[in-house]
Design a protein around this ligand. Structure first.
Ligand code: CAA
Length: 257
Protein backbone atom coordinates (compact mmCIF):
# COMPACT_ATOMS: atom_id res chain seq x y z
CA UNK A 1 0.00 0.00 0.00
CA UNK A 2 1.29 3.48 -0.87
CA UNK A 3 1.17 5.84 2.10
CA UNK A 4 1.34 9.64 2.00
CA UNK A 5 1.43 10.53 5.70
CA UNK A 6 3.42 7.71 7.28
CA UNK A 7 6.64 5.88 6.46
CA UNK A 8 6.73 2.14 7.02
CA UNK A 9 9.81 -0.07 7.26
CA UNK A 10 10.71 -3.46 8.61
CA UNK A 11 13.93 -4.07 10.52
CA UNK A 12 14.22 -7.83 10.91
CA UNK A 13 11.25 -8.82 13.04
CA UNK A 14 10.46 -5.22 13.99
CA UNK A 15 7.86 -3.16 12.15
CA UNK A 16 8.57 0.59 12.20
CA UNK A 17 5.89 3.21 11.57
CA UNK A 18 6.90 6.88 11.37
CA UNK A 19 4.22 9.56 11.42
CA UNK A 20 5.18 11.86 8.57
CA UNK A 21 3.29 15.14 8.08
CA UNK A 22 6.22 17.47 8.79
CA UNK A 23 4.37 20.56 7.56
CA UNK A 24 1.83 20.12 10.39
CA UNK A 25 4.08 18.65 13.12
CA UNK A 26 2.40 15.30 12.44
CA UNK A 27 -1.03 16.63 13.39
CA UNK A 28 -3.42 13.72 13.28
CA UNK A 29 -6.01 14.07 10.54
CA UNK A 30 -8.30 11.43 9.04
CA UNK A 31 -5.72 10.35 6.47
CA UNK A 32 -2.87 9.76 8.91
CA UNK A 33 -5.12 7.73 11.24
CA UNK A 34 -6.46 5.68 8.31
CA UNK A 35 -2.94 4.97 7.09
CA UNK A 36 -1.64 4.21 10.59
CA UNK A 37 -4.49 1.74 11.10
CA UNK A 38 -3.78 0.06 7.76
CA UNK A 39 -0.09 -0.34 8.62
CA UNK A 40 -0.97 -1.71 12.07
CA UNK A 41 -3.35 -4.25 10.48
CA UNK A 42 -0.57 -5.43 8.17
CA UNK A 43 2.05 -5.78 10.93
CA UNK A 44 -0.48 -7.45 13.22
CA UNK A 45 -1.24 -10.08 10.55
CA UNK A 46 2.42 -10.64 9.60
CA UNK A 47 3.77 -13.70 11.46
CA UNK A 48 7.31 -12.43 10.84
CA UNK A 49 6.76 -9.28 12.94
CA UNK A 50 7.18 -9.59 16.70
CA UNK A 51 7.13 -5.96 17.81
CA UNK A 52 6.09 -2.59 16.39
CA UNK A 53 7.76 0.79 16.94
CA UNK A 54 5.71 3.97 16.49
CA UNK A 55 7.63 7.21 16.14
CA UNK A 56 7.43 10.68 14.63
CA UNK A 57 10.09 13.20 13.65
CA UNK A 58 12.80 14.84 15.69
CA UNK A 59 10.59 17.91 16.25
CA UNK A 60 7.28 16.17 16.87
CA UNK A 61 5.90 12.76 17.66
CA UNK A 62 2.52 14.40 16.97
CA UNK A 63 1.17 17.84 17.92
CA UNK A 64 -2.34 16.51 18.44
CA UNK A 65 -5.50 16.10 16.43
CA UNK A 66 -5.55 18.32 13.34
CA UNK A 67 -7.11 21.55 14.59
CA UNK A 68 -7.63 22.92 11.07
CA UNK A 69 -9.61 19.80 10.14
CA UNK A 70 -11.59 19.81 13.40
CA UNK A 71 -12.53 23.46 13.70
CA UNK A 72 -15.75 23.16 11.68
CA UNK A 73 -16.84 19.79 13.06
CA UNK A 74 -20.36 19.65 14.51
CA UNK A 75 -21.79 17.52 17.27
CA UNK A 76 -24.17 15.57 14.95
CA UNK A 77 -21.28 15.01 12.54
CA UNK A 78 -18.84 13.75 15.18
CA UNK A 79 -21.60 11.56 16.64
CA UNK A 80 -22.59 9.98 13.33
CA UNK A 81 -18.97 9.53 12.22
CA UNK A 82 -18.06 8.35 15.75
CA UNK A 83 -15.07 10.71 15.68
CA UNK A 84 -12.01 9.37 17.55
CA UNK A 85 -13.21 5.76 17.82
CA UNK A 86 -11.08 4.81 14.80
CA UNK A 87 -8.00 6.06 16.71
CA UNK A 88 -8.46 3.22 19.19
CA UNK A 89 -7.12 0.66 16.70
CA UNK A 90 -3.65 1.22 18.17
CA UNK A 91 -4.84 0.29 21.65
CA UNK A 92 -6.23 -2.99 20.32
CA UNK A 93 -2.98 -4.18 18.70
CA UNK A 94 -2.16 -7.50 20.34
CA UNK A 95 1.56 -7.48 19.59
CA UNK A 96 3.88 -5.31 21.70
CA UNK A 97 4.08 -1.68 20.54
CA UNK A 98 6.82 0.73 21.64
CA UNK A 99 6.41 4.51 21.27
CA UNK A 100 9.61 6.44 20.55
CA UNK A 101 8.80 10.07 21.33
CA UNK A 102 10.98 12.99 20.30
CA UNK A 103 9.77 16.59 20.51
CA UNK A 104 6.08 17.38 20.94
CA UNK A 105 3.59 14.72 22.01
CA UNK A 106 0.56 16.90 22.61
CA UNK A 107 -3.16 16.29 22.84
CA UNK A 108 -3.99 13.35 20.58
CA UNK A 109 -0.23 12.83 20.11
CA UNK A 110 0.25 12.22 23.83
CA UNK A 111 -2.86 10.04 23.79
CA UNK A 112 -1.52 7.98 20.88
CA UNK A 113 1.79 7.50 22.71
CA UNK A 114 -0.09 6.36 25.82
CA UNK A 115 -1.96 3.72 23.76
CA UNK A 116 1.42 2.08 23.13
CA UNK A 117 2.79 -0.42 25.66
CA UNK A 118 5.59 1.83 26.86
CA UNK A 119 7.16 5.10 25.87
CA UNK A 120 10.86 5.71 25.27
CA UNK A 121 11.41 9.47 25.35
CA UNK A 122 14.13 11.57 23.79
CA UNK A 123 15.56 14.19 26.12
CA UNK A 124 13.76 16.73 23.89
CA UNK A 125 10.30 15.20 24.45
CA UNK A 126 7.45 17.41 25.64
CA UNK A 127 4.16 15.91 26.71
CA UNK A 128 0.90 17.76 27.21
CA UNK A 129 -2.87 17.75 27.02
CA UNK A 130 -3.46 21.36 25.90
CA UNK A 131 -6.98 20.78 24.51
CA UNK A 132 -8.50 23.03 27.17
CA UNK A 133 -6.81 26.00 25.49
CA UNK A 134 -8.89 25.19 22.39
CA UNK A 135 -12.16 25.01 24.28
CA UNK A 136 -12.33 21.21 24.39
CA UNK A 137 -10.89 18.45 26.56
CA UNK A 138 -8.81 15.37 25.69
CA UNK A 139 -10.89 13.04 23.55
CA UNK A 140 -8.67 10.07 22.73
CA UNK A 141 -8.29 8.65 26.22
CA UNK A 142 -6.19 11.41 27.82
CA UNK A 143 -8.35 11.96 30.89
CA UNK A 144 -8.33 8.20 31.54
CA UNK A 145 -4.89 6.91 30.51
CA UNK A 146 -2.92 9.90 31.81
CA UNK A 147 -4.70 9.63 35.17
CA UNK A 148 -3.89 5.92 35.45
CA UNK A 149 -0.27 6.52 34.45
CA UNK A 150 0.64 9.59 36.52
CA UNK A 151 -2.12 9.86 39.16
CA UNK A 152 -4.97 12.28 39.67
CA UNK A 153 -3.14 15.37 40.84
CA UNK A 154 -0.66 15.52 37.97
CA UNK A 155 -3.26 14.52 35.35
CA UNK A 156 -5.72 17.13 36.61
CA UNK A 157 -3.08 19.84 36.50
CA UNK A 158 -1.98 18.86 32.98
CA UNK A 159 -5.54 18.67 31.60
CA UNK A 160 -6.86 21.78 33.39
CA UNK A 161 -3.93 24.09 32.60
CA UNK A 162 -2.61 22.58 29.37
CA UNK A 163 0.99 22.95 30.55
CA UNK A 164 3.69 20.79 28.98
CA UNK A 165 5.78 18.24 30.86
CA UNK A 166 9.43 17.75 29.88
CA UNK A 167 11.12 14.37 29.57
CA UNK A 168 12.68 14.48 33.05
CA UNK A 169 9.31 15.10 34.71
CA UNK A 170 7.65 12.49 32.50
CA UNK A 171 10.18 9.89 33.61
CA UNK A 172 9.92 10.91 37.27
CA UNK A 173 6.13 10.45 37.29
CA UNK A 174 6.15 7.20 35.31
CA UNK A 175 4.71 8.41 32.00
CA UNK A 176 7.80 7.17 30.14
CA UNK A 177 9.99 4.19 30.85
CA UNK A 178 13.34 5.81 29.96
CA UNK A 179 14.99 8.94 28.56
CA UNK A 180 17.44 8.57 25.69
CA UNK A 181 19.57 11.25 23.97
CA UNK A 182 17.56 12.43 20.95
CA UNK A 183 20.15 11.35 18.39
CA UNK A 184 20.06 7.77 19.71
CA UNK A 185 16.31 7.41 20.24
CA UNK A 186 15.36 5.49 17.10
CA UNK A 187 18.34 3.11 17.26
CA UNK A 188 17.61 2.38 20.92
CA UNK A 189 13.89 1.87 20.23
CA UNK A 190 14.69 -0.54 17.38
CA UNK A 191 17.17 -2.36 19.63
CA UNK A 192 14.64 -2.75 22.46
CA UNK A 193 11.94 -3.80 20.00
CA UNK A 194 14.41 -6.31 18.50
CA UNK A 195 14.93 -7.84 21.94
CA UNK A 196 11.16 -8.17 22.40
CA UNK A 197 10.72 -9.59 18.89
CA UNK A 198 13.39 -12.19 19.65
CA UNK A 199 11.28 -13.67 22.44
CA UNK A 200 8.33 -16.00 21.97
CA UNK A 201 5.63 -14.03 20.12
CA UNK A 202 2.86 -15.92 21.87
CA UNK A 203 4.35 -15.24 25.31
CA UNK A 204 4.93 -11.56 24.47
CA UNK A 205 1.29 -11.21 23.44
CA UNK A 206 0.05 -13.07 26.53
CA UNK A 207 2.26 -10.90 28.76
CA UNK A 208 0.85 -7.73 27.18
CA UNK A 209 -2.70 -8.99 27.61
CA UNK A 210 -2.05 -9.86 31.24
CA UNK A 211 -0.41 -6.53 32.18
CA UNK A 212 -3.27 -4.65 30.46
CA UNK A 213 -5.79 -6.75 32.40
CA UNK A 214 -4.51 -5.08 35.58
CA UNK A 215 -6.16 -1.83 34.46
CA UNK A 216 -9.54 -3.41 33.96
CA UNK A 217 -10.17 -5.76 36.84
CA UNK A 218 -9.70 -6.36 40.55
CA UNK A 219 -6.38 -7.62 41.91
CA UNK A 220 -7.87 -11.04 42.73
CA UNK A 221 -9.35 -11.45 39.23
CA UNK A 222 -6.16 -10.17 37.62
CA UNK A 223 -4.05 -12.65 39.58
CA UNK A 224 -6.44 -15.46 38.63
CA UNK A 225 -6.18 -14.44 34.96
CA UNK A 226 -2.38 -14.34 35.17
CA UNK A 227 -2.27 -17.78 36.85
CA UNK A 228 -4.38 -19.42 34.12
CA UNK A 229 -2.39 -17.85 31.30
CA UNK A 230 0.90 -18.79 33.00
CA UNK A 231 -0.26 -22.41 33.39
CA UNK A 232 -1.35 -22.51 29.73
CA UNK A 233 2.19 -21.57 28.67
CA UNK A 234 3.37 -25.09 29.56
CA UNK A 235 1.55 -26.13 26.40
CA UNK A 236 3.88 -23.97 24.28
CA UNK A 237 6.82 -25.33 22.30
CA UNK A 238 8.52 -22.04 23.19
CA UNK A 239 8.35 -22.97 26.89
CA UNK A 240 10.05 -26.31 26.16
CA UNK A 241 12.65 -24.52 24.04
CA UNK A 242 13.28 -21.70 26.53
CA UNK A 243 13.79 -23.98 29.50
CA UNK A 244 15.80 -26.59 27.54
CA UNK A 245 18.09 -23.83 26.28
CA UNK A 246 18.72 -22.64 29.85
CA UNK A 247 19.52 -26.16 31.06
CA UNK A 248 21.74 -26.86 28.03
CA UNK A 249 23.51 -23.48 28.45
CA UNK A 250 22.65 -22.23 24.94
CA UNK A 251 20.59 -19.43 23.44
CA UNK A 252 16.90 -20.24 22.94
CA UNK A 253 15.49 -20.29 19.44
CA UNK A 254 11.91 -19.16 19.86
CA UNK A 255 9.33 -19.10 17.12
CA UNK A 256 7.60 -22.42 17.20
CA UNK A 257 4.69 -20.94 19.17
N1 CAA B 1 -3.29 20.80 14.10
C1 CAA B 1 -3.08 21.38 12.92
N2 CAA B 1 -1.93 22.01 12.60
C2 CAA B 1 -0.97 22.05 13.53
C3 CAA B 1 -1.12 21.45 14.80
C4 CAA B 1 -2.34 20.80 15.06
N3 CAA B 1 -2.57 20.16 16.23
N4 CAA B 1 0.00 21.68 15.52
C5 CAA B 1 0.84 22.37 14.72
N5 CAA B 1 0.25 22.59 13.52
C6 CAA B 1 0.80 23.31 12.37
C7 CAA B 1 0.79 24.82 12.60
O1 CAA B 1 -0.47 25.35 12.32
C8 CAA B 1 1.86 25.25 11.63
O2 CAA B 1 1.33 25.25 10.33
P1 CAA B 1 1.42 26.60 9.41
O3 CAA B 1 2.90 26.80 9.22
O4 CAA B 1 0.71 26.20 8.18
O5 CAA B 1 0.81 27.68 10.21
C9 CAA B 1 2.88 24.11 11.69
O6 CAA B 1 2.17 22.98 12.21
C10 CAA B 1 4.03 24.40 12.62
O7 CAA B 1 3.50 24.75 13.89
P2 CAA B 1 3.93 26.09 14.69
O8 CAA B 1 4.32 27.17 13.74
O9 CAA B 1 2.83 26.41 15.65
O10 CAA B 1 5.24 25.55 15.43
P3 CAA B 1 5.85 26.07 16.82
O11 CAA B 1 7.16 25.37 16.94
O12 CAA B 1 5.80 27.54 16.89
O13 CAA B 1 4.84 25.52 17.96
C11 CAA B 1 3.46 23.85 19.02
C12 CAA B 1 4.71 24.14 18.16
C13 CAA B 1 3.66 24.39 20.43
C14 CAA B 1 3.33 22.33 19.06
C15 CAA B 1 2.21 24.50 18.38
O14 CAA B 1 2.18 24.15 17.00
C16 CAA B 1 0.92 24.07 19.00
O15 CAA B 1 0.56 24.57 20.07
N6 CAA B 1 0.18 23.16 18.33
C17 CAA B 1 -1.14 22.73 18.78
C18 CAA B 1 -1.02 21.75 19.95
C19 CAA B 1 -2.41 21.36 20.43
O16 CAA B 1 -3.20 22.19 20.87
N7 CAA B 1 -2.71 20.06 20.37
C20 CAA B 1 -4.01 19.53 20.78
C21 CAA B 1 -4.92 19.38 19.60
S1 CAA B 1 -6.58 18.96 20.05
C22 CAA B 1 -6.56 17.27 20.29
O17 CAA B 1 -5.56 16.63 20.16
C23 CAA B 1 -7.91 16.66 20.66
C24 CAA B 1 -7.82 15.24 21.14
O18 CAA B 1 -7.66 14.99 22.32
C25 CAA B 1 -8.00 14.14 20.22
Amino acid sequence: MAYETILVETHGKVGLIRLNRPQALNALNRQIITELNAALDIFEADKGIGCIVLTGSEKAFAAGADIKEMQDFTYPGTYVDDFITSWERLSRVRKPVVAAVSGFALGGGCELAMMCDFILAADTAKFGQPEIKLGVMPGAGGTQRLTRLVGKSKAMEMCLTGRFMDAAEAERVGLVSRIIPAAELLDEALKVAGVIAGMSLAVGMMTKESVNRSYETTLAEGIRFERRVFQSQFALADQKEGMAAFVEKRKPNFGAG
